[in-house]
Design a protein. Structure first.
Length: 505
């Protein structure tokens, strides 16, 4: 029964993590099918992330109000329903609405699956239980791009959401059957409705500003200015309210702790960089390098290989080794990976795209667990859930914002490179004229020939722009190392938690 319970909860986690990685390689197909730009298509990812971030801090209150077993079962069932609705979405607007709903109901799934699992096993086997559960968070990033690419190319993109239906129903049924007699006590607690409302307003306004800024010409648009002001004012009021309320929805006082403040900052900023580049790479491969969704998925899938192999070692050693050194190593490897990617050209072959992805998996293994350990160290046991919830909220938010910022920078740098590359293309340029004449001689009209040349210039411009983003991200990872060393080393201990679910979104 223990094994079945672990399987049921692992399936829920697997489905949740898979849903974030599976969509990355499908964005161009979704955007094309719904008649929007690939940049707008990334809203499918950011809307889920933002809604999920908002829902995570509510998990504790919802658990007290409804019970852990009822809540996780309801979350899984509602996740299945919203996944089904995502597949049926007739427009980008409806898809984003359903993804927001999906993100909101997914919030409690990962923390509650951990909680129920730990309550089922004796404390001596807690590390083993979480290691079994945690493999799902590492396997999903491998399976996600491969499965998403294959489904997109061979069936159609709605099926990346429909596959959640049988998996989710099986998970919900098994979870309820096994755990319903172990329901947690229910008690009514007050909820910080003002704080929650302010949280939704400032997070929503900020993400909308980042997502729509590019197409509305940023602060030249009254809409963007309004969104920026709303986000700023709501955030300021939110901070004051949360610091004075007796039952805050987010306990900002945790930032008074040195390790929590610098650990959460390093973790979230690094995750924002990491996730933004994870979304950018398949967009570049599919739009400008001629990759199918399947081949782009194959280029991304190896990221989990070293992560799966090394994570058990990291989980075992994080209490003995200095987690600051481990995280330092992860940041250096991330920087190296992104530096390699900054050398990409339009001639770069599949093998040279694959190797940095493989290396990135090793960095992932030494990234989440040590940084989470640093962030939560020194917290009394009763504060751990609130600290973990706030840390996850900040991290998931940073991932959504990192995606918006990376794709916006990519487009703006591509426009700049395009302008520079076309400066010399004048009728007095013999190379340009000979290329144009050659294309016309092959049967193209003058207009078709110019379109063909423009496409080649765009390919160069967007490749150089991707290199710019990769290089800037590499430099930022080096800079972020300083934050790690502002934390104190936790006391050495024998860890009971082997795997962290930090990579789950």
């Amino acid at each position: 029964m223990l094994l079945l319970g672990t399987l049921a909860l692992s399936l829920a986690t697997f489905m949740n993590v898979l849903d974030s990685s599976i969509a990355n390689v499908s964005i161009p197909a979704i955007a094309g099918d719904l008649g929007v730009s690939p940049g707008q298509g990334t809203w499918v990812i950011t809307s889920f992330g933002v809604a999920n971030a908002i829902a995570v801090p509510l998990t504790g209150w919802l658990t007290m109000r409804f019970g852990a077993v009822r809540l996780i079962t309801a979350s899984i069932v509602l996740f299945v329903l919203t996944s089904w609705l995502c597949g049926f979405a007739p427009s980008l607007e409806m898809l984003v609405v359903f993804r927001v709903m999906q993100g909101l109901v997914a919030g409690p799934m990962i923390p509650l699956s951990q909680t129920l699992l730990l309550s089922s096993y004796p404390s001596a086997k807690a590390g083993t239980a979480l290691a079994l559960w945690g493999v799902t968070t590492l396997v999903a990033p491998v399976v996600g791009p491969l499965l998403g690419g294959w489904i997109t190319d061979n069936v159609s993109w709605p099926w990346i959401f429909y596959i959640n239906v049988p998996v989710g129903l099986l998970s919900a049924g098994m979870t309820w059957a096994i755990y319903r007699k172990r329901e947690t006590p229910i008690r009514k607690l007050p909820i910080d409705t003002v704080g929650l409302s302010l949280l939704v307003v400032w997070v929503g306004a900020l993400q909308l500003m980042l997502d729509k800024g590019k197409e509305l010409d940023w602060f030249a648009s009254p809409e963007i200015v309004t969104l920026g002001l709303v986000a700023l004012v709501a955030f300021a009021i939110f901070v004051v309210w949360e610091l004075t309320d007796k039952h805050p929805v987010v306990d900002l006082r945790l930032f008074k702790g040195r390790n929590f403040a610098f650990g959460a900052l390093a973790l979230s900023m690094a995750y924002g960089l990491f996730f933004g580049n994870v979304v950018l790479l398949p967009l570049w491969l599919q739009q400008w390098m001629g990759y199918t969704a399947t081949s782009a998925g194959m280029a991304l899938a190896p990221v989990g290989v070293f992560a799966i192999l090394l994570t058990p070692l990291v989980g075992k050693k994080v209490g003995q080794w200095d987690p600051r050194r481990m995280a330092n190593g992860a940041f250096l490897v991330f920087a190296l990976v992104l530096w390699f990617r900054a050398q990409y050209t339009v001639q770069t072959d599949f093998d040279h795209i694959l190797w940095p992805t493989l290396m990135q998996g090793a960095a992932m293994a030494f990234f989440f667990i040590p940084l989470t350990t640093l962030t939560l160290s020194g917290q009394p046991p009763e504060r751990i859930p609130a600290a973990a919830g706030l840390s996850n909220f900040v991290r998931i938010m940073a991932g959504a914002m990192g995606t918006s910022i990376a794709t916006t920078l990519w487009d703006s740098r591509a426009s700049m490179h395009h302008a520079h590359l076309t400066e010399a293309l004048t009728p007095t340029n013999p190379l340009f004229m000979s290329t144009l004449d050659g294309l016309k001689a092959s049967g193209l009209s003058a207009e078709q020939a110019l379109v063909q040349i423009n496409r080649l210039i765009d390919q160069q411009a967007y490749t150089r722009a991707a290199d710019d983003v990769f290089l800037a991200s590499s430099v930022m990872f080096i800079a972020l190392i300083g934050l790690i060393w502002l934390t104190r080393r936790p006391a050495q201990h024998k860890p009971t938690v082997a795997v962290d679910a930090g990579g789950a979104h």
